[in-house]
Design a protein. Structure first.
Length: 187
């Protein structure tokens, strides 16, 4: 479910039934794609992997909070490693789970890093500040699509052609400050 619904976006834009739901949903989905990765979640990024014929191991360069028995969703790690898996062994910097593989591999670097997501404990659709931030981003995305040459306004109130630049998220940072993942603020 989107953080911002089509009905909310339709009302905020005042477009009535002029545009089909699917068209408005694209802006809602884009707002989610911008906002959700910035929010705190049980998500870690393996930097390497290895496997035997019966198990796979993912290695991290930071401490993680996974436990034996946790079900995790693994993506961007390669066909043999991806999927929903149940952890069978945990160390400070790795997790291991059962697989069936034709051959074993040594430890290899993952470039770009993979993604291991644990259980979701927070429903961001119930957080009104997050919903408002998503709506504001969806409105900006919609308006940029409709009037591409209008640009935006910089902090010094000067016209700016970069309506979809780094200021897109900066406009809502105060609303989402309580939910920001500290790892998302690097760089």
């Amino acid at each position: 479910m989107s953080l911002c619904t089509v009905a909310e976006l339709r009302a905020a834009l005042g477009v009535g039934t002029l545009y089909p739901d699917a068209t408005l949903q694209e802006s809602c989905d884009a707002a989610d794609a911008v906002l959700i990765p910035m929010l705190w979640a049980k998500k870690f990024f393996p930097v390497a992997h290895s496997k035997t014929t019966t198990s796979a191991t993912l290695y991290f360069d930071e401490l993680h909070t996974f436990n034996v028995g946790d079900s995790v969703v693994i993506t961007n790690c390669g066909t043999a490693w991806n999927g929903t898996k149940t952890i069978t062994l945990v160390t400070d910097y790795s997790i291991t789970y059962t697989i069936t593989a034709a051959s074993a591999t040594d430890k290899n670097a993952l470039t770009p890093f993979g993604i291991v997501t644990g259980d979701t404990t927070t429903d961001w659709t119930l957080d009104s500040a997050i919903q408002e931030a998503a709506l504001m981003i969806a409105v900006d995305i919609w308006q940029a699509r409709q009037t591409t040459s209008s640009g935006g306004v910089a902090v010094d109130f000067q016209p700016s052609p970069w309506k979809m630049g780094n200021s897109l998220l900066a406009k809502v940072r105060g609303l989402i400050a309580h939910a920001l993942d500290p790892r998302s603020m690097l760089g």
